[in-house]
Design a protein around this ligand. Structure first.
Ligand SMILES: [Mn+2]
Length: 305
């Protein structure tokens, strides 16, 4: 992809009629469903660090089309072997509908083989995990009138096919929210969506936040938990990685937690959050071959504004 192509996607995102948008969603659904089947229903995407040269990681976008486009136009992003989004595409930002259009276009053009990975955030969760405010349906109706409701429902149907975790073997575990307090194997993460709601693992992956303490605590969000440093360390052991990469909390692009074991990446800026900077990560060959901690990742993160 190049700058001109991305400008075309954006133009199309604004002018797409119901039929065009509906066709894009249907095609994306087919591709995402196929990848889901290919993983045998697992929600964990595995990346062998020796088979790729560069991986880009993008945090919450939440309707911030400007930051998304700015990031996609960077040469190192266009040439990356994998682009991983950590979830939360719609809501908050006025251009949530257009963000979906651009992200699904990117996904379609990347084709099969999980080159573009769209993780599930808490704003793409199952129906029994509500969140507020959920403005996406309103944005669809504002743009497309009554027929926007059907488009919104079609987008919602995609969520079930999205994976919720990425493992870069021996290096990094990526999720939207956080690591669960009571898991015993990586399969607990991979199939968390299937054990939901009898187990809280899925909810924790999508909703939890790190806390600078040991143990597990109730979350002020009303869903998920606050997980302590000892939990992070245990999940690192179980999954065989050095660092957890997640998004979900606004920060000035990147933030280090748990003494360098957790990195938060946030890729949107502006209201209703108060951060002035967004960021993304480029994991180059060195960073894929050597497991880096969050301090090292923070130093190399690209602040986009
Ligand atoms: Mn979130």
């Amino acid at each position: 992809m190049n700058v001109e192509e991305i400008d075309e996607w954006v133009e199309q995102a604004f002018k797409a009629d119901v039929e065009e948008f509906s066709a894009l969603i249907a095609e994306a659904k087919e591709l995402l469903a196929e990848e889901h089947r290919f993983r045998n229903g697992s929600g964990l995407v595995r990346i062998d660090p020796y088979t790729v040269r560069s991986v880009v990681v993008i945090g919450d976008i939440h309707g911030d089309l400007e930051s998304l486009v700015h990031i996609l136009k960077q040469r190192e992003v266009a040439t990356a072997n994998r682009i991983i989004f950590l979830g939360d595409y719609g809501d908050r930002g006025e251009e949530s509908v257009e963000v979906y259009s651009v992200i699904l276009t990117l996904k379609m053009l990347a084709g099969r083989g999980e080159r573009v990975i769209l993780l599930r955030g808490n704003h793409e969760g199952p129906p029994d995990m509500p969140f507020r405010p959920h403005e996406l349906p309103m944005f669809f109706v504002r743009k497309y009138g009554e027929r926007g409701k059907a488009l919104y429902r079609a987008v919602k149907e995609l969520w079930v096919y999205l994976p919720h975790a990425v493992l870069v073997t021996g290096r990094y575990l990526m999720v939207h929210g956080g690591v669960p307090c009571n898991i015993t194997s990586l399969d607990d993460v991979a199939y968390a969506h299937e054990t939901h709601p009898s187990s809280s693992t899925f909810k924790e992956l999508l909703w939890s936040d790190p806390i600078e303490a040991n143990g597990c605590f109730e979350s002020v969000r009303g869903a998920g938990r606050m997980f302590g440093e000892n939990v992070t360390d245990e999940v690192r052991r179980i999954s065989g990685v050095k660092t957890i990469i997640r998004s979900h909390e606004s920060c000035e692009g990147v933030a280090v937690r748990h003494g360098g074991m957790v990195l938060t990446v946030f890729s949107r800026k502006g209201a209703p959050y108060f951060n002035n900077r967004a960021a993304y990560l480029l994991l180059d060959e060195t960073m894929l071959r050597e497991a880096k901690d969050a301090n090292e990742l923070e130093r190399t993160a690209t602040r986009v504004w």
